[in-house]
Ligand binder design. Structure first.
Ligand SMILES: CC(C)(COP(=O)(O)OP(=O)(O)OC[C@H]1O[C@@H](n2cnc3c(N)ncnc32)[C@H](O)[C@@H]1OP(=O)(O)O)[C@@H](O)C(=O)NCCC(=O)NCCS
Length: 177
């Protein structure tokens, strides 16, 4: 398995990998996570070297994106979506993708990475955003899942307020997808 920078020629493979990771039978979601790979590619928050894929040979088996974001007046990065093909899960690909994103974010000089997610991310140093006064929407569920990793700890006291993702993460009414 190797980690590479995502590029457009991997889009179909990436969509399939994300679909395998996220597809749920009987889901009535109006937006599916596998559409994010294309939406991110076209968005104002897309930074090519910060989107990565995991490959097994030529097959895309996982994807993780970092896109431009702000919290209050502080620029940083948002992580997601992250997905690994069902049949490749629990073999280290998710860890390799997140670690690659964190090291690329560090190299880019970014001060923080925020995300909406579960327990999986604690192992990489992510912590709840709520104690810092960071939120993302009016929905309590979203705010409870907001996590942040400070790459520059000296900035902690200045990062508070609302996390704003790039345009790919909102519907036409401005609601978070
Ligand atoms: C979550 C996901 C990206 C993890 O990638 P992965 O390659 O399967 O994970 P890794 O092999 O790197 O890590 C495996 C470890 O993570 C844990 N883990 C996997 N998914 C987890 C989850 N959703 N919550 C908490 N821990 C999780 C495993 O139990 C295992 O723990 P261990 O190291 O203590 O044994 C992958 O399972 C996936 O795509 N899931 C479906 C989509 C999804 O939920 N994406 C994240 C959205 S927030």
């Amino acid at each position: 398995m190797e980690i590479k920078t995502f590029k457009k020629s991997y889009l179909q493979g990436t969509k399939s990998a994300l679909k395998s990771a996220f597809f749920r039978e009987n889901s009535h979601a109006s937006f599916n996570e596998w559409e994010f790979a294309e939406a991110v590619l076209k968005s104002d928050g897309y930074v090519p070297e910060l989107c990565v894929i995991a490959l097994d040979g030529e097959a895309v088996i996982g994807y993780c994106a970092l896109t431009k974001a702000t919290i209050g007046n502080q620029p940083g990065l948002a992580l997601g979506p992250l997905g690994v093909c069902k049949e490749y899960q629990n073999r280290g690909a998710g860890t390799a993708l997140v670690q690659a994103c964190i090291s690329r974010a560090r190299a880019s000089g970014s001060a923080w990475i925020a995300l909406l997610g579960g327990e999986y991310y604690a192992r990489f140093g992510f912590e709840p955003g709520r104690p810092y006064g960071i939120m993302v929407s009016d929905r309590a569920f979203d705010n409870e899942h907001l996590q942040i990793l400070f790459l520059d700890p000296s900035i902690k006291s200045r990062v508070f307020g609302k996390l704003i993702y790039c345009d790919a993460f909102y519907d036409e009414n401005g609601h978070l997808l």
